[in-house]
Design a protein around this ligand. Sequence first.
Ligand code: KG4
Ligand code: ZN
Length: 340
Amino acid sequence: MLVLGIDTSCDDTSASVVEDGKKILSNIVSNQSEIHAKYGGIVPELASRRHIEMIQPVVDEALRAAGAQLSDISAVAVCHGPGLIGSLLIGCSFAKALCYSRGIPLVAVNHLEGHILSVFLETPSPKFPFLSLVVSGGHTSLYLARDYGLYNELGRTRDDAAGEAYDKVSKLLGLGYPGGPVIDKLARQGDPRTIDFPRAYLPETLDFSFSGMKTAVLNFMRSCAAGRDTRFDAGDVKLVENISASFQAAVIDVLVRKTEWAIRKKRVGNVTLSGGVAANSALRERIKKMAEERGVEVFVPPPALCTDNAAMIAVAGYHRFLKGEIAGLDLNPKAYLPLG
Ligand code: KG4
Ligand code: ZN
């Protein structure tokens, strides 16, 4: 069974054809980073306009690359939230028009469920119940996935998402958007012990908080620039690498420690890591090491399936379609759409 997935939740226009909820036949992602880079973050209106231009060619390319026709498609799975409302509207309107004109069933998918189920695009895949850490630009949450479609949120960020913190720190350092990949790269050349940025562990809960870390970076940079922190020279090129490494170490310490707490609390044998920040090389290593030490199996998709893509939407849509969850043509996108 072939499902066509569509995701336009943020700044990537993506379409994918997935067979039987497992095998990727195509996964096309048209990235808009170049458009938003000069603003240091996503400009929603520009994102929507670009989605309008790209949605048809991206869907056509996904079908062509999969060697499929619309008549081969059993269902169209579209992400209807959470995300930027103008962006979501393009994908949803396009999917509805396609389904209406070709008589194809429409399935609505929560973007976060897509990230959780992205691990099923790889072999081996986890067994339910598993703990899922989703770390992206808009979300940082821990879920207990009990089955397809059954998720309990154990904790979430109370302020910034981890990816958002990367993007904001990158902007402070003048490194552009998106911040994750560039900080990931610079951090490899820096010393993570240079600056001891605060880690907000919030001991009584599985919630997260990252906004203090971004402020700590800002305060540190101001101290250097004003010459108050004489240990560091603001003109030192090594400083940016060391700030990147120290900031990244603080983010990863919190993510890994809280995942460890959740494993202990829920006594699960399988843990997954997904979302854009899961593309981070150091985080992938640290989660794997922690899981190994605890005797827990860990599943992390390849980086291209961690960042936004429509294959993960097709997987989630496939399982909803099997359960007969068909959306009406009155489907409306939602900027805020909690899961579980
Ligand atoms: O999942 P995603 O593509 O979109 C959302 O659903 O938000 O995640 C995008 C986020 C951005 O904040 C980006 O900076 C971050 O993922 N990211 C990374 C890396 N690659 C992307 N963060 C850290 N290290 C990376 N290698
Ligand atoms: Zn995402």
